[in-house]
Design a protein around this ligand. Sequence first.
Ligand SMILES: [Mg+2]
Length: 429
Amino acid sequence: MLSTKPNRPVFALADANSFYASCEKVFRPDLRDLPVVVLSNNDGCVIAQSREAKALGIRMAGPWFEVEERAREIGAVAFSSNYELYANMSNRFMATLRQFSPRQEVYSIDECFLDLTGIKRDLIVYGQEIKETVTRWTGLPICVGMGHSKTLAKLANYYAKKQPKLNGVCDFTRISEEELDAVMEKLPVSSIWGIGRRLENSLKALGVANVSRLKHANLRRIRDRFGITMQRTVQELNGEPWLELEEAAPITKQVMSSRSFGQRVESLQELKEAISYHAANAAQRLRKQGLFASAVSVFIQNSPFDQAEFYGRTETVALPAPTECRLQITNAALWLLKKMYKPGVYYLKAGVMLSELVPEKGQQTDLFAYSSSSKKSGRLMETMDHINRKYQRSTIRLASEGVNRTWFMRRGFKSPNYTGEWSELPMAR
Ligand SMILES: [Mg+2]
């Protein structure tokens, strides 16, 4: 048996099933059992699919025009990506989870680690409670996996998704080493967090074809051959936690710039300046990592201690094509700000977050939107960054006025922004 020392760390991973497709289904109960796919910006590729769509073999990342006809024949319903809706649903999902643990790491838009160390409850029962509460409050189906390391919690979640009899919750902390090994023998190494196709092939070449084999592999050999990260993965598989809960979001998933104001800010003009500053700052950090953002979020809030009523809002907008362009990002951020600004509030904090990040090379270009990645815009951004580095931040900056909705994109099958626009609230039919 695994030792059950009272304070052995326990991690849970809550992960929404087919997140984008599930968000669409929440508001379209008529599609509950139908295959649903979600398309990338400008309806280019399939980026998400429901369980039913997966079962029908609709290829991920394939160009939509190639599969559209067949997909429609088999009754699949396609949606343009609605990042505003997904971001909002994600916030609800994370807020719901927050009550189940004092420590939470938002790992991605639909995945969240919780620290369950020391929780004196039957973890399966607790996991079911988490799962049912999320589904009741947000409509999203999820799975919960638990283990003595983050890698094990991830793996338990994967297993919960594969094994319907587990009813969406799998706890690796309660089963014996032998039972755990038996489970791991059935799982391919690619089901382990961080092991992709290439590593899988190298491992297979060494005869390491399943998780159990990797778990029992010789640590030194693994380290010599694959480096320290893989060694740590093996240690994590053995229930020796190496990765800690990171309560701040990892930088590669999103780029954030925010700050509390030195003094309370009330006017729209001042907020605009702050948001422009954060947008420029976030865009610069994005470019430093060679990434492009597909969505921009802005948040503003007051302090609950200043005013009787707390006012805090976060809004997200999708960009027409992934961009690193400060101009487009700032315009989008200011447009969001205008939507949520409320006079009479003394704002304490504001910020800009860039998400749905993609590497420069992988980005899809759009013939119809003005190309953010054009050489000209790239050079302009480089020059601005260069001058600002050389002299002083914000030596060159945008006038940040005259906000135009230039980031409209082609989203022929977009669902309404059910949760973000009063005029688009779902109505009884
Ligand atoms: Mg998921």
